[in-house]
Design a protein around this ligand. Structure first.
Ligand code: UN1
Length: 487
């Protein structure tokens, strides 16, 4: 495969693309061909964060004064830029993160839809009028921006998540410092380029590239940053919140998941197995909404396992740019080691191995960070396999006696992001909806995904603070101001 030319990947601060004064760079690798270097990425320091906040703070007054519908018009043009560059962005995403080209293109489309939705909200940033208890008094509310906000985004949706955080933040009138995952800086830089080409004023959006370890303290401790929107691991999210809480900085956390699909004995088993395979192996299992547990009624367990094993065979691993490949690599070596260690632990735990993808044997898979679909069955709900997030193409099948046992198993984890049930019984579906401890429930649809106009987020260790996406995103990125007018 032809190597892409190595390009410098730079910070964008106050309207200028420039390297950090640290002078350091790190290589950005293609996880499907680890000797292919896509870019040399500038390594930022706390000083770069400070300068980005300087720029964002300086731009705030003017951006806040720009009428919200006009802010929306500018942000809408960023979506047009993404649409024009759809194929290029899709290929870049596959090369940098690893997911397959169809998955990448779907992610770019999702980013576009989210940005368009947020842009439209510029004309709908409405407040309330509230009847006053006092005569001759008019009471109303307005939605005001917070100031400078920070968006900290993960590598697994390196185009869609920056887009769906930045867009509502800007439309609401805030200025932004984006700190994307260090594994996917090129995708973040291209998202920023689309917003810049849309005509944002200098300083309204700033990009600082580097690791969370090096930069998060600078973000949580800067008094001028009024809110932090974070997507990433629960461990990092908790730490970030604890630090930001010291200075009463608003925080929104989207974190891990251990999402279950309950399969009832009256379900369309073919459809349920398809959903579990897609939820577990799609995006190589590297999504917070991935299906990582299937809780299956005992009477249909064998039939379900057979169907699932057959589906797994169709998830061919390989370079995501190749036709016929359904599952890309794991994003990097560290993640690969973690996923393999979890598979090894699973094998030692006594669970039944239905399909072991831990050590791929096909020669072409040695060029990258690959594992293949892995299925465990007869998993005890208390085992680490059933409790800990894996973030790889691994699913654990748990058997349950009845709906009560299935709900107890599904709810019996620290996470609560998404879940699903496959059933044709209305009472079962509504009982599930009442009793499930998760932020996003699905009846006969997979655990993954989310629509731009619908709030996205979870409970327990999966989420904290206002939801992302939909109009909920604007609850986070604005403050309600109340005005009493005595006339
Ligand atoms: C999806 O399920 O398509 O980081 C989106 C994540 C989530 C987004 C998942 N915040 O995986």
């Amino acid at each position: 495969m032809a190597a892409t030319a190595t390009i410098p990947v730079l910070n964008y601060i106050g309207g200028e693309w420039a390297p950090s004064r640290s002078g350091e760079t790190v290589p950005d690798r293609n996880p499907a061909h680890t000797d292919e270097i896509l870019g040399e990425v500038t390594v930022s320091t706390a000083d770069d964060v400070r300068r980005a906040v300087d720029a964002a703070a300086a731009a705030f007054r003017e951006w806040r004064a720009t009428p919200a519908p006009q802010r929306g018009d500018i942000v809408r043009k960023a979506a047009d830029q993404m649409e024009r560059r759809r194929d290029e962005l899709g290929r870049l995403l596959t090369q940098e993160e690893g997911k397959t080209l169809p998955e990448s293109l779907a992610e770019v489309d999702r980013a576009i839809a989210n940005v368009r939705f947020a842009a439209g909200q510029g004309a709908r940033l409405v407040g309330e009028t509230i009847p006053s208890s006092q005569r001759g008094t008019f009471v109303y509310t307005v939605r005001e921006p917070l100031g400078v906000v920070a968006c900290i985004t993960p590598w697994n949706f390196p185009i869609a998540i920056p887009a769906w955080k930045i867009a509502p933040a800007l439309v609401a009138g805030n200025t932004v410092v984006l700190k994307p995952a260090s594994l996917t800086p090129l995708c973040a830089a291209e998202v920023v380029r689309c917003f810049v080409a849309a005509g944002l004023p200098n300083g309204a959006l700033n990009l600082v590239l580097g690791t969370g370890e090096a930069l998060s303290r600078a973000i949580t401790s800067d008094e001028r940053i009024k809110a932090i929107s974070f997507t990433g691991s629960s461990a990092v999210g908790r730490r970030l919140y604890a630090q930001a809480a010291e200075r009463l900085c608003k925080v929104q956390l989207e974190m891990g998941g251990k999402n279950a699909v309950i399969v009832m004995d009256d379900a369309d088993l073919e459809k349920a197995a398809e959903s579990v395979a897609g939820g577990a192996f799609g995006a190589t299992g590297q999504r917070c909404t991935a299906t990582s547990r299937a809780v299956v009624l005992r009477s249909v367990l064998d039939e379900f396992n057979e169907l699932l094993a057959r589906k797994a065979e169709t998830w061919r691993a390989g370079d995501g740019l190749e036709q016929g490949v359904r599952m890309g690599p794991i994003v990097d070596e560290t993640q690969l080691r973690k996923v393999k260690a979890k598979i090894d632990d699973g094998k030692r735990s006594g669970a039944k191995v239905i399909r072991d993808g831990g050590e791929p044997t096909r020669a072409e898979l040695r060029a990258g960070y690959f594992v293949e679909p892995t299925i465990f069955s007869d998993v005890d709900p208390r085992m680490p396999l059933a409790q800990e997030e894996i973030f790889g193409p691994v699913v654990s099948v748990i058997s349950a006696r009845d709906l009560d046992a299935a709900l107890a198993a599904a709810n019996g984890v620290g996470y609560g992001l998404s879940s699903a049930i496959y059933t044709n019984d209305l009472r079962t579906a509504f009982r599930y909806a009442d009793e499930s401890e998760a932020g996003m429930l699905h009846v006969n649809t997979p655990t993954v995904g989310g629509e731009p106009q619908v709030p996205f987020g979870g409970v327990k260790d999966s989420g904290f603070g206002d939801r992302e996406c939909g109009t909920a995103a604007f609850d986070f990125f604005t403050e309600a101001k109340v005005v009493y007018v005595g006339y």
